[in-house]
Design a protein around this ligand. Structure first.
Ligand code: ATP
Ligand code: MG
Length: 562
C-alpha cells in the first residue's frame, strides 16, 4: 500500500490536486488525452476515503469497459490497500446487473435469472416476430434478460420506486464516472436516478475523444453537465504527460478544426529537444506499408536496445524497446491481416486484440450455465471451468440426457481454453466471472505483459498508451471512413477526426503515420489519397521516411528478447 495522507496529493500536479481534493457536489473534470485522468480519479477516491473520512462502501466508480474497470480497481488497491475492496467499481452493465440481482423479484425475474446468449435472443426474436414487448415476455418466461435490459430494467424499476432510489442514493453517496463523453441516454438516466442534481458526482472526460455516437453515445450530456447538475464545479487539466512535444503538437493541430472544447489547451510536460518528429511514410501499396512497419519495428527493437546500453534514458524514460512497447492502429479490422502476415513472416510476435465477445463463442454459455447450476463444483475457478467442461462432455456421451443445446464436444474443449484466462483473473469469484461474461468480456483479452507487437483498431485503443505507435492507412476513405456512393456528413467527419486524434495521442515517444497509394477496398483496388486530416498538420512536424528503401532480411530476434 502506498503512503496516504499529504504524500498522496504530492504525486499530482497543481490542477490535478485541485480536482482530486475538490469538495463534494457535482464536479466536471474536462481533460485532454494524457493529462492523467485515471490518476486523478483514483487519487480523488483515495483522498476522500483517507483524508475526509468518506466510507469506501459509499463510493461507486463507473467506467465503460471491463478492462478500464480492472485497471481502476488495480490502481485503487495500490493506493488504499484492502479497504479498496469496499469501493464498488464496474461498468454500466455490471452496475445494472448488480441492481437487478438485488431486486430480481421486483423486476419480475427469478433469483437465478441469466442473460440470454445470441442464439437464445435470436430464437425469441423469431418467435415474437414484430412484437417487441412479446420478445421480452418470451425471454422473461425462460428467466432471461438481454444485454440492453441490464440497463433498461433497472431504470424502469428506479423510475417507479422512490424508496428504492433513496436506498441506492444513501448507499452510493459518491459517484465517479470516467469517459463521461461516451454516456448514452439510458446510462444517463440511470445516473440521474442514482445521483441527485446536487449530488457528489464526479464526471471525467474529453469531448474531443467522443467516438461512440454510432452506438448511441451523446457527447451532449457532457457539454450540458453544468445545466443538469446544480452549482457544478469545473476543473480543466491541460498538462499532457504522455506524448513528446512534436507528437502532441501534431495531435493538437489535427483536432483543431473539430474541437468541442472552447479554448482547448494541451501543454507538453515533456520538453525533450531531441524528440524525434512524427515519421510519415508514403507507401506505394499495402504490401509496401506492411514492409515499412516490419522494417521500422526491426530497427527500433534492435537498434534502440543496443543504444540504451550507453545512452540509457531519453527524457526520463528507458530507451530499451521491446515488442510490447509497440502498437499498430488502424481504422477497420480488415487492415490487420497484411500487417499480421508481414510481421509473422519476419518472426515478430503479434497479438491482435479482438472485439469478439467470449459469450458469442459456441460452448461458452453452456459452460456458464453448468457453473451456475452445478453448485457441487467448488475450488478455484479455472479448475471449476475445466470440470464444468467435463460434465458437459459426459452428458454428450449419454444420449438420453441431452443438455448440450446443440453444442459439439470440440466446441466445449475450445470454450474451456478460451474461458481459462478470465477464470484466472476472477480467482474464485464465480459471480464476477459470470457477470463479466454476461456483460461482454472479450476473447483474447489484451495482455500488457505479452512480449508482442499489439494490433488494434482506433476504437479499441482508447485510454491506452504505447511508447511507439504506427497509425496505418491514413487515407481519404479510411480516415474519414467512407462507403462507396456515400458521403459522410459533417458530424460523421468530425467524429472520424476525433478518432484520428485518439490514435495520434496514444503515442508516447515515437509516432509513425503511413498511407498507401493503392488499396483494395470494397472488393476492388483503388487509388488512394492521403487523409485530409494530415493537411492541417504543419509539414515541419513530419519527417518523411524510407519511401525508397526495400525490405531487409529480418535478423534472429530470439537473441534480442529481454
Ligand atoms: P486518455 O484521455 O488518453 O485516457 P488520461 O487523461 O486518462 O488519457 P492517463 O492515462 O491517466 O491519462 O495518464 C497519461 C500518462 O501520464 C500516464 O503514463 C500517467 O502515469 C502520466 N501522468 C499523469 N499525471 C502525471 C503526473 N502528475 N506526473 C507524472 N506523470 C503523470
Ligand atoms: Mg484515460
Amino acid at each position: 500500500m502506498e503512503e496516504v495522507g499529504t504524500g498522496l496529493l504530492d504525486r499530482l500536479d497543481a490542477m490535478q490536486r485541485v480536482a482530486a481534493s475538490a469538495p463534494g457536489g457535482p464536479l466536471l473534470i474536462v481533460a485532454g488525452p494524457g493529462t492523467g485522468k485515471t490518476r486523478t480519479l483514483t487519487h480523488r477516491i483515495a483522498y476522500l476515503c483517507a483524508e475526509l473520512n468518506v466510507f469506501p462502501e459509499h463510493c461507486l466508480a463507473i467506467t465503460f469497459t471491463r478492462r478500464a474497470a480492472e485497471e481502476l480497481r488495480h490502481r485503487l488497491d495500490g493506493l488504499l490497500g484492502p479497504v479498496a475492496e469496499d469501493v464498488t467499481v464496474g461498468t454500466f452493465h455490471s452496475l445494472g446487473l448488480a441492481i437487478l440481482r438485488d431486486n430480481a423479484e421486483a423486476a419480475g425475474l427469478p433469483n437465478d435469472f441469466r442473460i440470454a446468449d445470441d442464439a437464445e435472443r435470436a430464437a425469441a426474436r423469431a418467435e415474437a416476430g414484430d412484437d417487441e414487448a412479446g420478445y421480452s415476455a418470451l425471454l422473461r418466461k425462460q428467466g432471461m434478460v438481454d444485454l440492453d435490459e441490464l440497463l433498461t430494467l433497472p431504470v424502469a424499476l428506479l423510475r417507479d420506486d422512490r424508496e428504492l432510489v433513496e436506498r441506492y442514493r444513501s448507499r452510493w453517496r459518491w459517484i465517479f464516472v470516467d469517459e463521461y463523453q461516451d454516456v448514452d441516454a439510458v446510462q444517463y438516466e440511470l445516473l440521474r436516478l442514482l445521483c441527485p442534481a446536487d449530488g457528489n458526482l464526479c464526471a471525467i472526460g474529453d469531448p474531443d475523444q467522443a467516438i461512440y455516437s454510432f452506438r448511441g453515445a451523446d457527447v451532449g450530456y457532457f457539454l450540458r453537465f453544468s445545466q443538469d447538475f446544480t452549482d457544478a464545479r469545473l476543473v480543466r487539466l491541460n498538462r499532457n504527460y504522455r506524448s513528446s512535444a512534436p507528437i502532441l503538437a501534431a495531435a493538437v493541430q489535427a483536432i483543431a478544426p473539430s474541437s468541442l472544447v472552447r479554448g482547448r489547451r494541451l501543454d507538453p510536460a515533456r520538453l525533450d529537444p531531441e524528440a524525434p518528429l512524427v515519421g510519415r511514410h508514403a507507401a506505394a501499396s499495402v504490401a509496401d506499408e506492411a514492409d515499412f512497419v516490419v522494417r521500422t519495428v526491426d530497427e527500433l527493437v534492435g537498434g534502440l536496445s543496443h543504444r540504451s546500453l550507453d545512452s540509457g534514458r531519453i527524457d526520463g524514460r528507458s530507451t530499451t524497446l521491446s515488442f510490447s512497447d509497440i502498437a499498430v492502429l488502424y481504422r477497420t479490422d480488415s487492415q490487420a491481416a497484411p500487417i499480421v502476415d508481414a510481421l509473422s513472416r519476419a518472426n515478430i510476435p503479434v497479438q491482435k486484440r479482438s472485439h469478439d465477445r467470449l459469450r458469442d463463442r459456441p460452448g461458452v454459455m453452456a459452460i456458464a450455465r453448468e457453473l451456475r447450476h452445478a453448485s457441487g463444483l467448488d475450488g478455484a475457478l479455472p479448475a471449476r471451468v475445466r470440470l464444468a467442461g467435463q460434465l458437459l462432455a459426459e452428458r454428450f456421451a449419454t444420449p438420453t440426457l441431452d443438455g448440450s443445446g446443440g453444442v459439439r464436444p470440440e466446441d466445449v474443449r475450445t470454450a474451456v481454453d478460451l474461458l481459462t484466462p478470465l477464470a484466472r483473473r476472477c480467482g474464485d469469484d464465480l459471480e464476477m466471472f459470470l457477470s463479466q461474461l454476461a456483460t461482454g468480456a472479450e476473447v483474447d483479452a489484451l495482455d500488457p505483459r505479452a512480449e508482442a507487437v499489439t494490433l488494434l483498431t482506433l476504437h479499441a485503443a482508447k485510454g491506452l498508451e504505447f511508447p511507439v505507435v504506427f497509425l496505418i492507412g491514413a487515407e481519404d476513405g479510411l480516415l474519414p471512413l467512407r462507403w462507396p456512393g456515400s458521403t459522410p456528413d459533417d458530424d460523421a467527419v468530425a467524429e472520424e477526426r476525433r478518432l484520428f486524434f485518439v490514435g495520434l495521442t496514444r503515442a508516447q515517444d515515437r509516432l509513425y503515420v503511413s498511407h498507401a497509394a493503392r488499396r483494395v477496398r470494397h472488393g476492388s483496388e483503388r487509388d488512394c489519397r492521403p487523409s485530409p486530416f494530415l493537411d492541417v498538420i504543419d509539414p515541419g512536424l513530419f519527417e518523411r521516411l524510407g519511401d525508397s528503401a526495400g525490405p531487409r532480411r529480418p535478423k534472429d530476434r530470439q537473441l534480442r528478447l529481454i
